[in-house]
Ligand binder design. Sequence first.
Ligand SMILES: Nc1ncnc2c1ncn2[C@@H]1O[C@H](COP(=O)(O)OP(=O)(O)OP(=O)(O)O)[C@@H](O)[C@H]1O
Ligand SMILES: [Mg+2]
Length: 578
Amino acid sequence: MIKQLLKSVREYKVVSILTPIFVSLEVILDVLIPVLMTKIIDDGINQNDMHTIIMIGGILIVISLFSLLFGWLSGKFAAIASSGAAKNLRHDMFYKIQDYSFANIEKFSSSSLVTRLTTDVNNIQMMYQMLIRIAIRAPMMFIFSLFMVYMINAHLALIFLIVAPILGFLLILIANKAHPSFETVFRTYDDLNNNVQENVRGIRVVKSFVQEDTEIKKFNNISDKIYDHFMKAEKLVALNTSIMRLCIYSAIVLICLLGSRYVIAGSLSTGELTGVITYAAQILNSLMMLSMVYVTCIISIPSIERVIEVLNEKPSIQSKRSPIKEVKDGSIEFRDVSFAYHRGKEVLKDINLSIKSGEMIGIIGGIGSSKSSLVNLIPRLYDVTHGSISVGGIDVRDYDLEILRDKISVVLQKNVLFSGTIKENLCWGKKDATKEDLDRVCKIACASEFIEKFKDGYDTYIDQGGTNVSGGQKQRLCIARALLKEPKILILDDSTSAVDTKTDALIRMYYRKYIPDVTKIIIAQRISSVEDCDRVIVLDNGRIDAFDTPKNLLKHNKIYQDVYNSQVKGSDEHEKRK
Ligand SMILES: Nc1ncnc2c1ncn2[C@@H]1O[C@H](COP(=O)(O)OP(=O)(O)OP(=O)(O)O)[C@@H](O)[C@H]1O
Ligand SMILES: [Mg+2]
């Protein structure tokens, strides 16, 4: 686990190694300081020797300055190393997530991925900084100081050998008790992020349904849960300091009691007693630092596990070795296909279909009849559970994934625009698109008419999520973006639902005129949107009820007739009544 994380250190290896080196130098100097203080007291103050005081005092100042310098350098390198490693780790995770399939993302949930990329990586950064600095400093300080005390008086060193294990045991006990609460806190962070994301994204709906109070209540519940678990954990961790203090002061009292006896008996000088007391503080302080390292590690272990999960996740959809790199044409064939979402029941059953290249195919069916699920299988947004799908006569799993998706443009039902200009958004479809390219696709998608009306034309800025364009405008921009890829198959999932019927018909007419060789699959709720298709698939509860020309369907298919009657006849009667 740690080995995998260390891969993210990369170019920060040198600073990561320099940090413990400077820490070690700092510790050596810090350990020397009490020795010099002992000398000042015994040889200078007690002997009234001003020359020694000034000389040793001078050395003390120089050593302190160097200790300060090394401390500063180690702190600086530790900060560079840890934030650099965290940057690389975030990069590695983000890179990995780009390869995730929809199923992978759904497994984690997008908000959990956000927490893992932010809070969890921050915890690991903190832990790494502690490990290369404090985790080196504390044990070194402990061992060196204990050795110095032993050199001064072996009996006094025994006090630490008794106090230290008791203290260590108590600190580990506390940290272990706090661990489950920290783990719960980070899991609840996912819920909090989810809640905030959902609320902010849907703020318009929240406001229009006057659901602010419910949303606040929901948020407070999660926030309170985090507070409770944090308090529980932090209360336990706060005990650390109190127990530490108790141990430090008990040890010092014991040293004073025993030490003063040795001073009176003449086997210990006053300078040495002062030295031992200073070492006592250093020893116990280093134990406190070790406990802090331990607590940080305890907090970070769940974070490490969560980050490693992201890094180790196998993208459920990948290109196979030596994949096919060319999509011959836009023909599509489904053979005995069934499909179920992750651990769910089958939503598509026994699908057999054959679509010729260049055909315009409509898909209709009730809400939840698996229309989106069916088309999402073609560019491998999900993989079939059984059966196979071929595009251009070749199984989709045999293609290079990038090439397959490049040749199959999907305008998803839940499509989004990104913050940036219209041009930048469209160019997702083709990086080096010229003005002519943009004009051509915007004409087909009937987007030119409104883009021209914008003062800045293609340079009009789209806010995050496309909130400053209307639903119909957004849909037409998404279609234009998909067309710019010059695909062999164009899939439009309910992508003109917000466009008026007349423009909708015009767009389809342009498809026939300008992209006759592209296979077009149009999912629609409106019967008028599929009326002029070559053939229409009628889906019912995950099964194909019929696949025929609109004319034949109107004659023979009950579902198609029902939809037709409710929409076309209904609106005719409505018109008459008017
Ligand atoms: N990501 C998913 N994970 C699990 N189940 C899903 C997922 N997406 C859809 N489903 C389920 O699959 C079934 C078909 O959904 P799908 O979105 O394909 O229907 P649809 O015909 O496109 O519906 P609509 O007309 O509302 O767009 C539904 O029962 C739905 O609950
Ligand atoms: Mg759908």
